[in-house]
Design a protein around this ligand. Structure first.
Ligand code: PRP
Ligand code: URA
Length: 210
């Protein structure tokens, strides 16, 4: 698995405001979207394109367009939904699938409560979005769904990650073609399974404590 950790002052600045507990939900949502757009630039570095011919007002020339089948973007509900718009702004022709996963607050084990994905993902570039890679259980479960449907090219994008989460993903992924793009690599987890220093519960901060 290839891991890319963002290294840009604008990303660090926005993450700092995001982490601040006094940041309101509307600002948190806006920043999550903006951070996703910035990370999407790196995450789509290997997006497949096909050569095409176009006519400019001056002459015929060659260029490239995003190839078929179009990329599939999969936000992990709930918190991953906050990143979706930031990704589709940059890749508006992408299709969107959904996986709903929630982790048990004491065992940290993920359980899946919703899933809407194409049956066959062979040959499809998949982009999985979740702001938090904590123990890695939720993201691993989502990526396993994609593998089980034939996906062989998966990129996961998270705002914050931990060494524990990366290790859990590596155990699942083996030598398969998976990229992980992180806004930052944090120190680790506390006894409640929260990322430290982290930003708290991303879903609650985006949408409230429902
Ligand atoms: C959060 C977060 C990740 C998961 C990360 O979701 O959005 O999906 O926890 O933790 P893990 O790496 O230990 O699995 P949560 O279960 O709180 O659900 P939510 O998005 O509905 O708030
Ligand atoms: N899920 C979150 O939303 N935050 C954490 O710190 C860990 C898991």
């Amino acid at each position: 698995m290839r891991v890319h950790i963002a290294d840009h002052p604008l990303i660090t600045h926005k993450l700092t405001v995001l982490r601040d507990k006094s940041t309101s939900s509307p600002v948190f949502r806006q920043l999550t979207e903006e951070l996703m757009t910035l990370l999407a630039y790196e995450a789509t570095r290997d997006v497949r394109v096909a050569e095409c011919e176009i006519e400019t007002p001056v002459m015929v020339t060659n260029g490239v367009k995003i190839a078929d089948p179009k990329p599939l973007v999969v936000p992990i509900l709930r918190a991953g939904l906050g990143m979706l718009e930031g990704m589709t702004k940059l890749v508006p022709t992408a299709e969107v699938g959904f996986v709903g996963i929630v982790r048990d607050e004491t065992t940290f084990k993920p359980s899946t409560y919703a899933e809407r994905l194409p049956d066959d993902l062979a040959g499809r570039q998949c982009f999985v979005l979740d702001p938090m890679l904590a123990t890695g259980g939720s993201l691993a479960a989502a990526i396993k769904f994609l593998f089980d449907r034939g996906a062989t090219d998966v990129t996961a994008v998270c705002l914050l990650g931990t060494p524990e989460g990366v290790q859990a993903l590596e155990a699942l992924v083996g030598d398969r073609n998976v990229n992980l793009v992180l806004g930052a690599m944090d120190d680790g987890l506390n006894e409640k399974g929260y990322i430290v220093p982290g930003l708290g519960d991303a879903g609650d901060r985006l949408y409230g404590t429902v």
